[in-house]
Write a protein that binds this ligand. Sequence first.
Ligand code: ASP
Ligand code: MG
Length: 437
Amino acid sequence: MKVLKFGGTSVGSAARMKDVAKLICDGEQKIVVLSAMSGTTNSLVEISDYFYKNNTAGALERINTLEQKYVDVIAELYATDTYKTEATKVIKSHFEYLRSFSKSVFTLFEEKAILAEGELLSTNMFQLYLLEQGQNSELLPALEFMRIDKNSEPDTAYIAENLEKFLIEQPGKTYYITQGYICRNFYGEIDNLQRGGSDYTASLIGAAIKADEIQIWTDIDGMHNNDPRYVEKTTPVPFLHFEEAAELAYFGAKILHPTCILPAKLNNIPVRLLNTMEPDAPGTLISMQSKKGTIQAVAAKDGITAIKIKSGRMLLAHGFLRKVFEIFESYQTSIDMITTSEVGVSVTIDNTKRLDEILNSLKKLGTVTVDTDMVIICVVGDLPAENVGFQAKAVNSMKEIPVRMISYGGSNYNISFLIKSEDKKRALNALSQGLFN
Ligand code: ASP
Ligand code: MG
């Protein structure tokens, strides 16, 4: 069985939902994971924010605006009065639920319950549409089988066992529809897999049922070899190794959530990135197969802070790096990139919440310099040492750009450059020119 995931834009209007139905209804049994309609989760975040601030009027106004959007979609989506009435009943109950929070104390717990409403709405409406179309489909309640543990990591055994239970209870259905993103936590409370987490849901479900393939449907025809927002004439990359895709997803390619690769990779399930607007385009296939001897793609990750720690005491001293890393660990800040010399070390972080505390501690070890507003440019491909000349090509393409750090050799799949954000567009274009032309 295949697992297909459709993102917010793919279900963003009545017309798009109908397109998705056309796409999936080919008679082949499958599980379909849906995001919330585009804009909904952001609205729910905003609504929660008003509740947090005790501005009930503000929250209710946003709820009304959001509800109107769904009323309009219903008018367009269903052909018959029976289904219009049924769908109206469903969304009414969900919006009444949202309004009910005006009467309670508002905490993270309530916020997570609110955030879950987007996917519950989209899947319920879509399921009703399939039924109206006479399709043999069933809803799978993600809140009853998706679960994270005490460390917010997916409880894969629980997911597999409980998902299977539902599939066995509802045999002979052709299309199983379920919610992306939402889950329960260790305490049984409603929770989620973080923003953009529907891709992760699809991958976890794929792993749980040992799917033949996981398909992520978005509005672009696969992962491109550079960022189309900054570079003209980028092209989709037909094949990527899991490791290459993971680097690209983490370092900036917005099309795929980085967490989504691991479950697929561990279970060796290919992930195909496809375009709802252009369903026949080949897209990108991510698998164990890599394309030998090529540089595949370039991506950029913004909002990076670089920290350099220089110390005479580092010279020939063991344990210096441990002390540095321990400081980052104790402030729960993960390091993205690292370069070292005999007298200093540079690291980058993207989470600056604890930066002041980190800097204070680092100053006990040496002289500390900070550069903000930096960008990591990541070049991905088949790049083991034996592929002589590939690093030179990448570095040479960057010859006009001031580079603050270079990292190569951490894996066989990547070279990273740290540059100033003002040089990003120039760097991405220079790399496309040097590597793909
Ligand atoms: N609806 C959630 C979000 O907007 C999850 C997702 O779309 O993947 O972040
Ligand atoms: Mg997404």
